[in-house]
Design a protein around this ligand. Structure first.
Ligand SMILES: NC(=O)c1ccc[n+]([C@@H]2O[C@H](COP(=O)([O-])OP(=O)(O)OC[C@H]3O[C@@H](n4cnc5c(N)ncnc54)[C@H](OP(=O)(O)O)[C@@H]3O)[C@@H](O)[C@H]2O)c1
Length: 343
């Protein structure tokens, strides 16, 4: 095997190890493999969450003595700052690492710049190995870190003709049990769930993440209500196990900033149509998941309202990344085709 093949193989392993880390919270999932010059694996590590050793330090801790002359293959550019743990660059330099191979640069304002620091210290640095694969896995963290706002997934369930509710406002249920179970899984993979006051008044949702038997899942995202009206004192949301953020505001961008400041990195927007449209109109959407139920409702209650699009050229173009059958429903996952901006 060539050195490049060893690095790619080790990067696949590092990517797999990174999957042991947590999906939620402020830190990314990172994996690291230490190689001898002949390509043999000496040690492996991964990051287990904020406040615990980073993947590189975890791997180094498993090497007897110094790691002189070894190559560190790591999914993310080693960090260059002191947060709750020390900079990984200094740990690698101190350990005598000869070469660092990484996939994706760290876009963090304070944590980035690790490659320059390591090059200055005489470490050979190679970047971009399996960059596309790693980017896909940590896309939410990369987007949140570079835009300094949470990664936003907007979800809705609609009839095949794009309606989110019937004329009387009832929307339970447009889709079947398999879809609704998937929504619960999606909730548990986010830090926060956002709804508008309209949905709270219409549906009084509990917004907990529940398993097949109705039991609470281990991970419960905090519900966030957008809108100026106070929600009823007896709203189910007031008993949510993760608490409740009642914003009493319509300013979506400012609310996202506030959530980011609270350490929230993944937000799941569950509607209703007014709120979902506002996120789309402001281009504050990174992923869209649409559950399509095989029913026609007609009428004016469209899943997305006016976006200010006046001609076809101004449409919000999407790239569909997955289409799945769930019972009788379809789940379509898409993302904006154009690059994102921080408006
Ligand atoms: N099919 C689905 O996936 C789905 C999901 C959820 C809900 N629904 C259905 O949707 C219906 C409720 O729809 P909805 O559109 O009224 O609910 P909504 O989007 O949850 O809430 C709308 C409310 O949010 C507030 N708001 C916050 N930011 C705003 C902004 N930037 N611009 C305008 N208003 C803002 C306003 O109330 P304030 O006066 O308080 O500011 C507004 O009345 C119900 O029939 C429900 O069953 C369907």
């Amino acid at each position: 095997m060539t050195a490049a093949e060893h690095y790619e193989q080790a990067m696949r392993r590092a990517l797999m190890l990174s999957g042991n880390g947590p999906t939620l919270g402020v830190n990314p999932r990172v994996g690291c493999v230490l190689l001898r010059p002949d390509g043999q694996v000496v040690a492996e590590g991964w990051h287990r969450g904020a406040g615990t050793p980073h993947a590189e330090v975890d791997a180094l801790s498993k090497v007897d003595g110094r790691a002189e002359g070894l190559t560190a293959v790591v999914t993310l550019e080693p960090c260059n700052h002191t947060g709750r743990t020390g900079p990984c660059t200094e740990a690698l330099i101190e350990a005598g690492i000869a070469r660092v191979v990484y996939a994706v640069s760290d876009p963090g304002k304070s944590s980035g710049g690790g490659s320059e620091r390591m090059r200055e210290a005489g470490i050979d640095v190679i970047d971009g190995v399996l960059a596309a694969e790693v980017t896909e896995v940590i896309r939410p963290w990369l987007i949140a870190t570079s835009l300094q706002r949470p990664f936003v997934t907007v979800k809705w369930a609609s009839s095949l003709d794009g309606r989110a509710a019937a004329a009387d406002g009832s929307s339970r249920w447009i889709t079947g049990t398999a879809s609704r179970q998937r929504v619960h899984e999606q909730r548990s993979q986010h830090d926060a769930i956002v709804v508008g006051t309209g949905t709270v008044f219409a549906d009084d949702p509990s917004l907990t993440a529940r398993g097949d038997a109705g039991e609470l899942m281990a991970s419960q995202p905090i519900p966030v209500v957008i809108g100026e009206r106070p929600i009823p004192t007896n709203a189910q949301l007031r008993n949510h196990p993760a608490g409740l953020i009642e914003t009493r505001s319509r300013n979506v961008a400012a609310i996202l900033d506030d959530l980011f400041g609270r350490g929230i990195r993944r937000v799941f927007v569950e509607g209703g149509p007014t709120i979902a449209s506002e996120f789309v109109r402001l281009r504050l959407v990174d992923e869209i998941t649409v559950y399509l139920g095989p029913v026609l409702l007609g009428g004016s209650r469209t899943a997305i309202g006016d976006l200010g699009v006046t001609d076809i050229a101004g449409g919000h173009r999407l790239t569909i990344t997955a289409v799945e059958s769930l019972g009788d429903d379809l789940l379509i996952t898409a993302r904006p085709t154009t690059s994102l901006s921080r408006e």
